[in-house]
Design a protein around this ligand. Structure first.
Ligand SMILES: Nc1nc2c(c(=O)[nH]1)N[C@H]1C(S)=C(S)[C@@H](COP(=O)(O)OP(=O)(O)OC[C@H]3O[C@@H](n4cnc5c(=O)[nH]c(N)nc54)[C@H](O)[C@@H]3O)O[C@H]1N2
Ligand SMILES: Nc1nc2c(c(=O)[nH]1)N[C@H]1C(S)=C(S)[C@@H](COP(=O)(O)OP(=O)(O)OC[C@H]3O[C@@H](n4cnc5c(=O)[nH]c(N)nc54)[C@H](O)[C@@H]3O)O[C@H]1N2
Ligand code: SF4
Ligand SMILES: [Mo]
Length: 700
């Protein structure tokens, strides 16, 4: 039989590259790039090329599993659904609907996320629904909603090619959004100027015209310093400020506290570099600013986003081709999971759950009364569990034991949870805590849509039959809702789900599967006013009339190095692995490139501690301990070490701090204090399991 190719979208990052799934005799045999795809144009990064490994049968959960006496046994769907119904009904009856909730999945489709949040609100009668955007771009959603009125990328990936200045602020696109990273390299080659703001000397920082190598957690001070220079030299965009912004006076007053010399002390960036960057950005014809986790994953996350927005607005670098403030959304469908309302405070389409008009709209559409009490965030549900107020949870495709801050705390929560359901493709650390595990189908086994970081909703297409007895998440929801006795979840196909959701989401109202097909994806808002979608937001102004400038002040990270824990640790991503590693670690090719957890360290720091390259070390914070190997790296300045978070055997989230941004409850994943403890040169770093067994680390 010949090879068939099904056009779909890469299941990893938010770039949203086009991928062709190659099948032979009903088996997935490989992938290929899509030559005419609007974003990737025939390219894929190594993760995209290796995505077939991530979904293959080996290592997949193929039937429902029920835990009995600490061991999982295979179960039928009927049995598993029965147990879930019994347990959730019991806890809702006994402790009220606020004691249960769900975590949705930014890796799954819009259709899946829509179904999951609808089930949570209609059937479980609670707004306790959240997902990984909480610990990713929730400060972007909150910050940009306050300043601009909308929390997504304002421009498109294609705008990089139109910019004469590109600013890469606290993100590392050659590792994390590789095809966007290569667009930035092309821009640089064609003559655009490149400014990188990062404490590490990343690959793009090596190429940059100006690299502002600021101290960890000093973003607000740095931006206020740039604004101080811009306003004192008269480089601001006066016409734009006059026409489109409010509260300029407040901003101007606040930045007087940030003269360049003072900012240089706070950030460690020389004054002349601050002036250079301020000049280049403010004088650009069009400057494209991209930012990421180095901005959001701080206790000051929302303020960091607002500060950057102040800078962009003051220079009028928005609303035109080649400009914008562009949060590079991380997961393949995190933009979509937010659009679908998998968040406690909003229904699909960012329509507030506090607004009685919206409550009525959705209650009418779904045919049931809806909960009006505010829902909890994911970390809020964790805290409530420890306080004995939260009892049962369903987690769809997330691995918080590996990816949430402070692993020992997370494990404690999951252990205390009375009833946990995990819907997964493979047996992750989190799934091992579950009472019931349900088998989820992968992206290759289902139809649906993903929304990439530039708000482009694209079709995902089924190439193979679901592995084993697995089902797409929306079908799992359908089975559960039926057992709970609710109607409105019995869709026959993904397209029916999409037609329902696009009817309720004004920014999706002009979309349908045939239209998505015809246009190669559509960027929201897509409606009567913009039938072919909106590549650039705010061309004519802002949803609230004028954009808001908001004065802010510098705030240090919650935990800083001291005599006991002398290094700052920042956690990062590596090109070859993704998230908790449950999919990329199945590829021998990716595994060959970065086989395990590593600690990157400035060579001089390492030598001062008597360490050689590849030496075994222990890394300890106030919360935990792990062992790994040192890699000398000139990316790190003295005093700063970094670790990836992709490895369940060497989990850097043993060490991280869950101190939180007061606005969004984003934990401070980018900064904590650690101590490096050299091990005997011949020692083998022990994986976490061994450390636990040997009592050198908290046991579960
Ligand atoms: N290969 C790969 N790609 C991925 C992922 C993956 O797991 N693997 N995950 C996806 C997801 S979910 C996301 S959210 C994105 C994230 O993509 P990025 O935002 O690129 O993610 P990070 O590597 O966490 O790093 C951000 C950068 O912030 C810098 N930084 C740390 N502190 C500060 C600071 O105080 N100020 C500034 N200006 N910078 C700072 C770090 O040095 C680092 O270079 O990647 C997506 N793409
Ligand atoms: N220290 C540190 N920790 C971090 C970060 C950091 O920078 N530093 N970054 C944070 C960020 S930005 C993020 S977004 C999180 C990500 O954290 P997670 O969301 O926990 O990470 P993923 O690896 O994406 O896990 C997703 C799981 O979903 C499953 N899955 C994939 N597709 C589907 C599907 O269609 N249905 C279902 N049911 N399951 C599916 C996969 O098997 C995988 O196990 O990590 C956070 N953790
Ligand atoms: S850049 Fe992102 S979407 Fe594109 S192939 Fe790589 S992982 Fe997939
Ligand atoms: Mo993310």
């Amino acid at each position: 039989m010949s090879i068939k190719t099904t056009s779909s979208i890469c299941p990893f990052c938010g770039t949203g590259c086009g991928i062709g799934l190659r099948t032979e005799n009903g088996q997935l045999v490989g992938v290929e790039p899509v030559s005419n795809h609007p974003v990737s144009k025939g390219r894929l990064c190594s993760k995209g090329w290796n995505s077939a490994y991530g979904v293959e049968r080996q290592g997949r959960i193929t039937t429902p599993l029920i835990k009995e006496n600490g061991e999982f046994r295979k179960a039928s769907w009927e049995e598993a659904v029965e147990l879930i119904h019994e347990q959730f009904s019991y806890h809702i009856e006994e402790h009220g609907p606020l004691s249960v909730g769900a975590i949705s999945c930014a890796r799954a489709t819009n259709e899946d996320n829509y179904a999951i949040q609808k089930f949570t609100r209609v059937v479980l009668q609670t707004n306790n629904i959240d997902h990984c955007a909480r610990i990713c771009h929730s400060p972007s959603v909150a910050g940009l909603a306050r300043t601009l009125g909308s929390g997504a990328m304002t421009n498109s990936i294609g705008d990089i090619a139109k910019a004469d200045v590109v600013v890469v602020f606290g993100c590392d696109p050659t590792e994390s959004h590789c095809i966007i990273g290569s667009e930035i390299m092309h821009a640089k080659e064609r003559g655009a100027l490149l400014i990188v703001v990062d404490p590490r000397k990343t690959r793009l920082a090596h190429m940059a015209d100006v690299h502002l190598q600021l101290k960890l957690g000093s973003n607000v001070a740095l931006v206020n310093g740039l604004l101080n220079i811009i306003f004192s030299k008269g480089w601001e965009n006066k016409a734009f400020l006059e026409e489109h912004c409010q509260y300029l006076d407040l901003l101007k007053t606040s930045i007087q506290d940030y003269p360049p010399e003072e900012v240089s002390k706070l950030t460690g960036v020389p004054v002349d570099q601050l002036i250079q960057a301020a000049r280049i950005y403010s004088h650009a014809r069009s400057a494209f600013l991209a930012y990421g986790m180095g901005v959001t994953q701080y206790v000051s996350g929302t303020n960091n986003v607002i500060a950057i927005s102040n800078l962009v607005l003051s220079c009028g670098q928005i609303g035109r081709p080649g400009t914008g403030i562009n949060p590079l959304r991380g997961q393949n469908n995190v933009q979509g999971a937010c659009d679908m309302g998998a968040l406690p405070g909003v229904y699909p389409g960012y329509q507030s759950t506090d607004d009685p008009v919206m409550q009525e709209k959705f209650s009418k559409a779904w045919g049931y009364p809806l909960p009006t009490r505010p829902g909890m965030t994911s970390l809020g549900m964790n805290e409530a569990t420890l306080q004995g107020q939260f009892h049962a949870m369903m987690i769809f495709g997330e691995d918080p034991v590996v990816t949430d801050p402070d692993q020992n705390q997370v494990s404690k929560v999951l252990k205390k949870m009375d009833f946990l359901v995990v819907v997964e493709m493979s047996m992750t650390d989190t799934a091992s805590f579950a009472d019931v595990v349900l088998p989820a189908s992968s992206f290759a086994e289902k139809d649906g849509t993903f929304a990439n970081c530039e708000r482009r909703v694209q079709r995902v297409r089924k190439a193979i039959e679901p592995i084993g007895e697995s089902l797409p998440d929306w079908r799992i929801i359908g089975r559960l809702a039926r057992r709970f006795g609710y109607s409105g979840f019995d869709w026959n196909c993904a397209e029916e789900v999409f037609d329902e959701l696009s009817g309720l989401i004004p920014i999706y109202s002009g979309m349908s599967y045939p239209r998505l097909e015809q246009h190669g994806g559509l960027q929201w808002p897509c409606n009567n006013h913009a039938p072919d979608g909106t590549p650039i937001l705010h061309r004519k102004g802002f949803p609230n009339g004028k954009a808001r400038l908001i004065p802010l002040h510098h705030q240090s990270p919650a935990e800083n190095p001291d005599a006991e824990y002398p290094y700052f640790l920042t956690t990062i991503r590596l090109h070859f692995h993704y998230g908790c590693g449950s999919m990329t670690r199945k590829s021998p090719i990716l595994e060959r490139e970065t086989p395990s957890g590593l600690l990157f360290m400035n060579p001089q720091d390492a030598k001062n501690q008597g360490l050689f390259n590849n030496a075994p070390v222990g890394v300890r914070s106030r919360r935990g301990y792990i062992e790994t190997r040192v890699v000398f790296s000139d990316q790190l300045p003295p005093g700063l070490v970094s670790m990836p978070y992709h490895f369940d055997d060497i989990p850097s989230n043993q060490l991280t701090n869950d101190a939180q941004d007061p606005v969004t409850r984003m934990p401070e994943l980018k900064a904590c204090a650690v101590r490096i403890e050299p091990l005997s040169p011949t020692a083998r770093p022990r994986p976490i399991k061994e450390l636990r067994e040997q009592g050198e680390c908290h046991a579960y």
